[in-house]
Design a binder for this molecule. Sequence first.
Ligand code: SIN
Length: 517
Amino acid sequence: MSNQLQNGGKSIACRTNRPLNNMGGKKTFAMNPIETLKRPDLLREQCFVGGRWVKGDKAVDVEDKATGERIGSVPFFGTEETKQAIDQAHQALPAWKAKTPVQRSALLRKWFDLMTANAGDLAKLTTAESGKPLKEAEGEAAYAAAYIEWFAEEAKRIYGDVIPNANPDQRIVVIKQGVGVCAAITPWNFPLAMITRKAGPALAAGCTIVIKPATETPLSALALAALAEEAGFPPGTVNVLTGDEVAIGKELTGNPGVRKVSFTGSTPVGKLIVKQSADTLKKVTMELGGNAPFIVFADADVDKAVQGAIAAKYRNAGQTCICTNRFLIHSQLFDEFTDKFSKQVARLKVGSGFEPGVDIGPLISQEAVDKTRSFIADATEKGAEVTVGGRPHSLGHLFFEPTVITKATPKMRFFQEEIFGPVSPLYSFEDDSEAVELANSTPYGLASYFYGRDIGRIWRVAEALDFGLVGVNTGLISNVMAPFGGMKESGYGREGSKYGLDDYMTIKYICLAGIES
Ligand code: SIN
């Protein structure tokens, strides 16, 4: 471990603090919610490498997205520290691999228990640094823990095969083994769950892991590391490193000691990570962008479709890879759907995620606000109408009005690009084949949704959609038991479910000869 890792450092990104009870002139809450953590020691400002908490010479501030208030700072590490973290993960690998699946499962279970016991604090950290409403962050804390529980169970079910042999002197045996040191590069929109969805299967398979959380949301990751330490994972098994995204990413993808990279994030960054990982032929899992269609067929239950549409679009203020990007509504019920949906969108409460009853928190950054505005400007220039919202919210800072746009056409940018903001474009269609064709006309293939009752159509459409996830008569499809992953430029590999372990394992064939002698 270098001195740099051990020395205290100073912040490189100080910002002016704004009083927490003064958000755009409106009173929200009197006390900094981070000060109400039951376990203040879960707010860590050091990285976890080789079983030690380490500081750097430089640090970067983490801010509460609703207020701009600084809530902590974390080390700004780079190439050298990444090499050291990989080295620590390497040193820990033989002993971790040698543990029985039952022993690995027991530690994962302990981690799950600690996450569950501290879910309230994890949720508060997540709300503060990501901006999502506390009720959603609480849901995410449970969702994140459930991945660890799931893979604690799956660790015990890593089965091989005995294959019928052609030669009487031989037996063919197949075993599955962990790939080695893994790297996880995770996003800000699910600061807890995207880590556990990767760390759970990696650890269950007998791999060690270096985790690089998003710069915007490192505190949730470090709290998870503190709980992993408490659970008793051996030093170097789980490592969390914050800092320079480019330098850390380059080392994690280029270092021959890393055998697998799992990334959740945008498609352009995913392509870069695949290219950088190619020289050392790492196994990669890419969970990338989406452009989810939400189709409402003529026989759909409109009220239920509206409910599902709100859930599929406005979760995390539209900032999930599986959020609806395009609503395709049959012309017969276009007016009814638009009217009912618009009324519900107009009622969504915008505010700090810590305020009771808030549905839509701040967006993650000014860049996200600008991008959202640019989609709306592009659409209105091309003839769309904004029927609800359409502007930055009067609360200021990073808040944006939930928006509905009608008269959308495939010429508008959001038909091809991922919005990642609280904007719903509504298109009208006439028949099933047109709806499926429109839905599939995108380079992405992650999530899709549709509402309808005819069972024949349900099968036909579910099979025809070129998406890895299809929600039929529901807008909520995330589930640890189900395989999560995309097609086309949404990436490859599957996370969660019984398939989620495969991405962290390699298949070994053992030819056992000399049976007859
Ligand atoms: C994502 O947006 O990448 C994950 C969404 C989920 O797991 O529900």
